[in-house]
Design a protein around this ligand. Structure first.
Ligand code: B12
Length: 279
């Protein structure tokens, strides 16, 4: 007879979910680095009955992301978000129906970027969940980097009472510390620091995204676009991340991105305005 772990893997396959990781809820108590997720943000702080956390990941298509900031990436972001939420809800429902009460966590969980300026965190962190479920390691850009897609993957989680076969935490470092993300950030929100190597100036990032959102071209995503890590770069024939700084050698690509951007936002507008005020 098929066990609950196998049933879950089959469901993910049916839903076209390429990344699946599972962590026991106790892993949040082990404080793998500092500062760690406060108790109320941990699975049992949200769902005291939780025994396991299932994390799923969907890729962000690199050639679309390359057009950012654009209506094209904005639409891709919405599509991936919708699929993540729908899939997580369906997985939670399936587990509950099998006799293991489960709940989905939305892929983001904040009302608006304005709300984030005063309270910059969500009630649950999928990045930390994905790390504990063995899907990748933290990078200089503050994102979770996976071998397959680098940071170009979005996650969501399911909190479940089911006991499942767990994945090991990934060892080593997926990030190559090239600092391309730090140099490329248009909001100057990333800086080299002590933990985990960089600190994000969240308010700068949020303000920049707020400016983009006015013209329906948020989020930014440059720090995940320029990351040289990920098998997806090879898949799309974009192994060399220097292509973004070389409009002559990669003229066709730069022309394509400019074309899309010309139909997004307002040409000539400086979306970075205001970032300095909130530094
Ligand atoms: C709020 C938020 C934002 C805000 C704030 C950004 C920020 N720098 O945190 C805004 C809207 C600006 C934003 C932007 C982006 N985001 Co965002 N965002 C979130 C959200 C909703 C919540 C994050 C959170 O609150 N975590 C909980 C707290 C506890 O964790 P934390 O903030 O990471 O804090 C920890 C550490 O950073 C550290 N720390 C924090 N502050 C400090 C300060 C000091 C001094 C020290 C030492 C340590 C430290 O301690 C904490 C505990 O370990 C998550 C979705 C989710 N619910 O998880 C997505 C999420 C993190 N975002 C994501 C992405 C992809 C992005 C963008 C690339 C935009 C895009 N979609 O294209 C940018 C990247 C910005 C960046 N480089 O950090 C993905 C990441 C996927 C991945 N592969 O890792 C997530 C997981 C969404 C998803 N469902 O997939 N985001």
């Amino acid at each position: 007879m098929e066990g609950v772990g196998e049933r879950l893997a089959r469901k993910c396959e049916q839903l076209d979910i390429p990344l699946l990781g599972i962590a026991p809820a106790e892993r949040w108590e082990s404080l793998p680095f500092h500062p760690w997720v406060p108790p109320e943000f941990r699975p049992r702080g949200i769902y005291p009955e939780a025994r396991s956390v299932v994390v799923i990941g969907l890729p962000v298509e690199l050639p679309v992301l390359e057009t950012t900031p654009s209506i094209y990436y904005h639409e891709l972001y919405n599509t991936v978000n919708r699929l993540l939420d729908d899939s997580a809800y369906r997985i939670a429902t399936m587990l509950s129906e099998l006799g293991w009460p489960s709940i989905f966590v939305p892929r983001d969980g904040y009302g608006s970027l304005d709300v984030l300026k005063d309270r910059p965190t969500a009630f649950f962190s999928h990045r930390h969940a994905a790390y504990l479920a063995g899907l990748g390691t933290f990078g200089v850009n503050n994102m979770l980097l996976t071998p397959r897609y680098g940071p170009r993957v979005r996650f969501t989680s399911i909190l479940t009472t089911a006991q499942l076969p767990y994945d090991q935490i990934m060892e080593g470092d997926v990030c190559v510390r090239c600092m391309r993300c730090v140099r490329s950030c248009p909001a100057r929100a990333l800086e080299e620091g002590s933990y985990p190597e960089t600190l994000t100036k969240k308010d700068r990032c949020t303000t920049y995204n707020l400016n983009l959102a006015e013209d329906h071209i948020s989020p930014c995503g440059v720090c995940i676009k320029v990351c040289p890590v990920g098998e997806d770069r090879e898949q799309y024939g974009r192994k060399d991340a220097r292509m973004y700084d070389d409009p002559e050698r990669f003229a066709e690509h730069h022309r394509a991105w400019e074309h899309v951007r010309a139909y997004s936002g307002r040409p000539g507008k400086n979306y970075d305005r205001g970032s300095d005020e909130v530094a």
